[in-house]
Design a protein around this ligand. Structure first.
Ligand SMILES: *[C@@H]1O[C@H](CO)[C@@H](O)[C@H](O)[C@H]1NC(C)=O
Ligand SMILES: *[C@@H]1O[C@H](CO)[C@@H](O)[C@H](O)[C@H]1NC(C)=O
Ligand SMILES: *[C@@H]1O[C@H](CO)[C@@H](O)[C@H](O)[C@H]1NC(C)=O
Ligand SMILES: *[C@@H]1O[C@H](CO)[C@@H](O)[C@H](O)[C@H]1NC(C)=O
Ligand SMILES: *[C@@H]1O[C@H](CO)[C@@H](O)[C@H](O)[C@H]1NC(C)=O
Length: 440
């Protein structure tokens, strides 16, 4: 794409998806600006942020392990964090991505009030009365995306929004996450292990799942999930709207959930530690409470608006796919823009649905009842060959940026090629050839 054909991209939201998308555009030399409503992002300094992960353990509430298994399927309950062999805390990954964006291209502390679209241009109106113009606006602003809301209002007015997309975002799970200070290795010997230690405990009589994993910095990351019944979930939703206007709760609710779960035992070597011990070692500002969204919207784009997924792996893969298509886009006319957005949806929607279906099944495990019992039976007794097959399917999708030098994957499982990647790769290779010819 020659310079005048490059679209100007406005990205709303500086989460994992927004940042990696910006970083990919940076590599392409496509102009972009990122707007983030929160004022700052906590700096975290860790040189090496991940440890290799070889196996994960799942335990009953009594800390009796389920059948010891190599790389337990339970990783999928928590989705995102464990990508193949490394496990990393989300804030560290976020900090790493943030370093890839020149600071003048990202504006913190700006809410997007409105977005208008006319004559092939989009204009976003910020809370400080300034506007920015561009060719494309990318909503990477999470579950309650302002971009999605503006887009849906417009489609609804035209009678073009599917009924299912009009419905509220349901959720049935609240989640508390945190990371301790550096721990005393004598007291917590598991942090001395060179490989990442990951363990999950499934509550028996209570609707909770809690997990811990080690980091190279000598800290423990922890996560507690409260699986809500329908009634509690409505009550929690109402409470949420009383207190705040985004997807994160305030300190009050986090404190209440900490108090409720302090006595839960964790699978450290001596089995004597509880979540409360970890809470006491965790700085308050490193605890956050989030809701996990439980829906995949059908409509991902309209006009010059497009959405990136929420969640870590989904958002990153969405960003790679969209960046690849943008790279191969021949011009920025409305019809070309619509065409790549359609290709993006066609490629990503089935993959996202598949992951969503798996996470729904996994969350059934922690609900008591027949389906839960069957699902638990299956995942804890799954034969190795079946487990391998499911891993291959899950991890087969490893898209790359087709406009950068290909990373060789010499593993035994070949990556499933994505059409967007092949399209970008073809354009990239043609350009490399032309450059090669020109330099002769
Ligand atoms: C509003 O914020 C933007 C982005 O940081 C900035 O460029 C602009 O100058 C601000 N406008 C005013 C009126 O302060
Ligand atoms: C937002 O923009 C649309 C399209 O330009 C316009 O119709 C609408 O009145 C605006 N809403 C607000 C609250 O400014
Ligand atoms: C934005 O404009 C409105 C109406 O002109 C004004 O009341 C408000 O103070 C302005 N806000 C800022 C941050 O400049
Ligand atoms: C996901 O589940 C829904 C309903 O349970 C089903 O219709 C759909 O085909 C599934 N999709 C995938 C990709 O597994
Ligand atoms: C795979 O590639 C990596 C990095 O190039 C290399 O270190 C490793 O030895 C290779 N493994 C095999 C089995 O070829």
């Amino acid at each position: 794409m020659s310079a005048e054909h490059k679209p100007t991209v406005l990205i709303v939201g500086a989460g994992l998806g927004g940042l990696i998308f910006g970083a990919l555009l940076e590599k392409q030399g496509v102009p972009y600006t990122i707007f983030e409503r929160s004022a700052t992002i906590k700096p975290l300094e860790f040189l090496t942020i991940s440890k290799r992960l070889h196996q994960t353990g799942a335990y009953k509430e009594t800390l009796e392990p389920y059948r010891p298994s190599d790389y337990s399927p339970f990783i999928f309950i928590f989705g995102s964090a464990g990508i193949a062999q490394y496990i990393v805390a989300r804030p560290q990954l976020h900090a790493l991505f943030l370093k890839l964006i020149p600071s003048h291209k990202i504006h913190f502390g700006h809410r997007v009030l409105n977005i208008s679209e006319e004559d092939d241009r989009v204009t976003i109106h910020l809370s400080n009365n300034t506007t920015f113009e561009g060719d494309i606006v990318v909503g990477a602003d999470g579950a309650y995306s302002a971009v999605r809301q503006r887009m849906y209002e417009k489609l609804k007015a035209k009678g073009e929004l599917p009924k299912s997309d009009e419905e509220d975002l349901p959720f049935s799970c609240t989640c508390l996450v945190g990371q301790t200070e550096v721990l005393d290795p004598e007291e917590y010997p598991i942090i001395k292990e060179p490989l990442a230690q990951f363990a999950a405990v499934l509550g028996k009589e209570r609707p909770y799942t809690w997990t811990i994993f080690t980091t190279p910095a000598g800290t423990l990351c922890w996560m507690v999930m409260h699986h809500l019944s329908k009634a509690t979930s409505k009550a929690a939703l109402e409470q949420r709207f009383r207190n705040t206007d985004n997807a994160e709760w305030g300190g009050f609710q986090a404190q209440a959930m900490c108090d409720e779960t302090r006595t839960f035992r964790i699978p450290t070597q001596d089995g004597k530690k509880t979540l409360g011990d970890l809470y006491d070692m965790t700085p308050k500002d490193l605890i956050s409470m989030v809701m996990l969204e439980e829906k995949v919207f059908k409509t991902w784009h309209s006009g010059r608006f497009v959405l990136l997924g929420d969640g870590a792996v989904t958002a990153i893969h969405d960003a790679i796919s969209l960046a690849n298509l943008l790279y191969a886009m021949p011009s920025k006319t409305s019809s070309e823009v619509t065409k790549i957005f359609e290709e993006y949806h066609k490629e990503r929607y089935p993959v996202v649905m598949e992951a969503f279906n798996i996470s729904q099944l996994m969350s059934k495990i922690t609900e008591r009842g027949l389906i839960g019992a069957v699902a638990l039976y299956l995942v804890t007794r799954m034969p190795q060959w079946l487990w391998r097959l499911s891993l291959v399917k899950q991890l087969g999708f490893r898209p790359q940026a087709g406009f950068l030098k290909a990373v060789e994957t010499n593993g035994t499982v070949q990556a499933r090629p994505a059409p967007s990647e092949m399209k970008a790769r073809a354009v990239y290779e043609m350009q490399q050839q032309q450059q090669g010819a020109a330099s002769l």
